[in-house]
Design a protein around this ligand. Structure first.
Ligand code: PEP
Ligand code: MN
Length: 338
């Protein structure tokens, strides 16, 4: 429920109402605004009705939150959330580019990639240390050694880092090494993992499951925010359809829909979304045009030698092309690359 207070209600009045809400076992939310204070009460709405807030002298209006997700909905928070990765804010008027290899392979590999990324307005470097691979015989990542490499590259280049967490038990350790924790498509509904990253304050990049509905993605984000971490960035990375020409079908509907329904920033991953190197640039431009807050792309100094996802990685020249051909689309969308 959303409870809109009368203009003259004071902070103390609000606190008193919040205590009553909490005493009923509901989660109280305090959202002071310029003109009005808005309160939230999350939980069983029948319990709230017993407080008869509609007839309270300081309450102007009581409105239900119609969506199944609450904390991540625009109904509750109409203003865009910005999530900071290092010093870079994702969301707002900037357009974020996160780039790097699929997997961290060696110190030299990651440093080599960081070297050309730093010539561009790139917000962070990505790279998996723990890789959730479809086959158990594929490269599984370097584990903690990969995290150490990410940290060293970050210190050397000044780029913040994004890396995937695959196990709730690793979340705290990873947060000591990286600036943003990615939850991959295969783990979007690993609820214990969502709760584990929800207990931290490290930003989380939550990717949509390949068979997940948009509502399921938003409810997965709700788990993280409800556990206490408001720093969630959503990512559309393609879904599985009957189409076989591309690895996945990048669902740009989802991006436009998400931007209407949630205040969280939304990124697009055109690398996994298409699985085809030549399609990454056009779909990155489409992401800017449809209103995404940024992209996350795979790039490698030598894609032919990459230990994972080489077929969809851009080489340094192609990465240059991406950045220069993206710029006019970003600007046409009223944003800037930074
Ligand atoms: C990745 O980003 O390398 C990755 C495995 O992505 P996804 O979870 O979207 O498949
Ligand atoms: Mn990959």
């Amino acid at each position: 429920m959303i409870i809109i207070l009368k203009p003259h209600a004071s902070k103390e009045d609000a606190q008193q109402l919040l205590s009553q809400i909490e005493a009923k076992g509901l989660k109280p939310l305090y959202m002071p605004g310029v003109e009005r204070t808005v309160l939230g009460a999350l939980g069983d709405e029948r319990v709230l009705q017993s407080l008869h807030l509609e007839s309270h002298p300081l309450v102007d209006e009581v409105k239900p939150i119609l969506s199944s997700y609450k904390l991540v909905s625009r109904e509750l928070y109409p203003i865009d959330t910005r999530v900071k990765i290092g010093r870079h804010a994702v969301g707002g008027e900037g357009f974020t580019v996160i780039a790097g290899p699929c997997a961290v392979e060696s110190q030299a590999q990651l440093d080599g990639i960081a070297d050309y990324l730093t010539h561009h307005p790139v917000a962070a470097i990505r790279g998996g240390a723990y890789k959730p691979r479809t086959s158990p015989y594929s490269f599984q990542g370097l584990g903690e050694e990969g995290l150490k490499i990410l940290k060293a590259t970050s210190e050397r280049s000044g780029l913040p880092t994004v890396s995937e967490v695959v196990d709730a038990a690793d979340a705290e350790l990873m947060a000591q090494y990286v600036d943003c924790l990615q939850i991959g498509a295969r783990n979007m509904q690993n609820f214990r993992l969502l709760e584990a990253v929800g207990k931290l304050d490290t930003p989380v990049l939550l990717k949509r499951g390949m068979s997940a509905t948009i509502e399921e993605l938003l409810l997965a984000a709700e788990y993280i925010v409800n556990a206490g971490n408001p720093n969630v960035i959503l990512c559309e990375r393609g879904i599985r359809t009957y189409e076989t020409a591309t690895r996945n079908t990048l669902d740009l509907n989802a991006v436009a829909y998400l931007k209407r329904k949630t205040h969280l920033p939304v990124l697009v991953d055109p690398s996994h979304g298409t699985g085809v190197r030549e399609l990454v640039i056009p779909l990155a431009r489409a992401a800017a045009a449809v209103g995404a807050d940024g992209i996350i792309v795979e790039t490698h100094t030598n894609p032919a030698q990459a230990l994972s996802d080489g077929h969809q990685n851009l080489d340094p020249q192609q990465f240059d092309d991406l950045m220069s051909s993206l710029k006019p689309f970003v600007e046409a969308a009223g944003r800037s690359l930074k």
